[in-house]
Ligand binder design. Structure first.
Ligand code: UT7
Length: 326
């Protein structure tokens, strides 16, 4: 069964927060943020904008490109760590916003690898003949779980959503393989301590220690990220009998320019074979790859017959890869 990408879409907040704006919030500098991360600005959701609203907008754009009506969708899968609510799923809210009345909708939690995990699940449903059309979305409003007093993390993240329509079809861009990995031994390197049932709102520690906000051991995550992305990329290449020189373009998770460059160097990929937009959006977690894929698609960067490597890394720890013949 051929599994194909027939539409891409993305949606971003209007509001831009520059490095100069962050200099006014915490003890940092444009120079530090630029040289250590490559990020220049990020988008921030306004009042009344939520993960679900960005997800639905990205989805509408992907559905329009695919020529697919929402009622044709069998599944809506959203990778997110910033759902509108712990429950119901943001995917159910998006189902309602789109009028996708025939879909089964659910969220999955794999942090920055969430979109590729969703792609992998969707691929299995389609190859098994259990679905014909699936919407896979990565969507986040990280600005509401970022601690704006913590310079170690607040400079990194942004909001937005990206979506694709995946179909069992003879036309479109072929999804060749997906691979997913987890290493739960390092779960505490990147996490949100409160919002689950360990650190509850009625415990004063939760507020005093600012446990509702994301915590990260950036340095440690960095090392695992480079190793994990390389491993996931090599798995994808091996499974398809390909070598790094066969890759036309790598679209990596947009966390840090130095992580992307180090991964590319290990794989022997030059800068001309990397797609990056993190200078404009920062790290949008699960949304980063589908936003970048949509931008590359709409900018005409993706040539017919090119081989795309998508590779992600995130909290969990999780990592994942996908190969696409465009
Ligand atoms: O999405 C997937 C998960 N996330 C990631 O992949 C992020 C992975 N990690 C990173 O991207 C990097 O580790 C960071 C960008 C978070 C940090 O860069 P680093 O080069 O690893 O810096 P560091 O944490 O080792 O900190 C170096 C110094 C420290 O000062 P001292 O202790 O050397 O005096 C920090 O306090 O930089 C300081 N620092 C800052 N200085 C100015 C940390 N954040 C800032 C800041 N502005 N915003």
């Amino acid at each position: 069964m051929n599994v194909r990408i027939t539409g891409t879409g993305s949606a971003l907040p209007e509001k831009i927060l520059t490095n100069a704006d962050i200099e006014r919030l915490v003890d940092t500098s444009d120079e530090w943020i630029t040289t250590r991360t490559g990020i220049k600005e990020r988008r921030i959701a306004a009042a009344g904008e939520y993960t679900s609203t960005f997800a639905a907008e990205a989805a509408r754009r992907a559905l329009t490109m695919a020529g697919t009506h929402p009622e044709e969708l069998d599944f809506i899968i959203i990778g997110t760590v910033t759902p509108d609510f712990p429950f119901p799923s943001t995917a159910c809210l998006v189902q309602d916003l789109l009028g996708a009345t025939n879909a089964t909708a659910f969220d999955l939690s794999a942090a920055c690898s969430g979109f590729l995990y969703g792609l992998s699940i969707a691929e299995k449903y389609l190859r098994a003949g259990a679905a014909q059309k699936i919407l896979v979305i990565g969507a986040e409003v990280l600005s509401r779980i970022v601690d704006w007093q913590d310079r170690n993390t607040c400079v990194l993240f942004g909001d937005g959503a990206g979506a694709i329509v995946l179909e069992a079809s003879e036309s479109g861009h072929s999804l060749l393989t997906t691979h997913t990995f987890s290493n739960g031994s390092f779960w505490n390197l990147l996490y949100q301590p409160a919002c689950g049932n360990r650190n509850t709102a009625d415990d004063s520690r939760t507020i005093d220690e600012r446990l509702f906000y994301l915590k990260m051991e950036g340095n440690e995550v960095f090392k695992h990220a480079v190793r994990g992305m390389e491993e996931a990329a090599i798995k994808a290449l091996d499974a398809n009998g390909l070598a790094p020189e066969d890759i036309s373009l790598m679209i990596p998770h947009q966390a840090n320019r130095r992580i992307i460059d180090a991964t590319a160097k290990r794989l022997g990929l030059g800068p001309e074979r990397l797609f990056t937009n993190l200078h404009r959006y920062g790290n949008t977690s699960s949304a980063s790859i589908p936003i970048a894929l949509d931008e590359a698609n709409r900018q005409g960067v993706l040539r017919s017959d090119s081989t795309l490597l998508l590779v992600a890394f995130g909290g969990g720890l999780t990592y994942a890869s996908a190969l696409v013949k465009w």
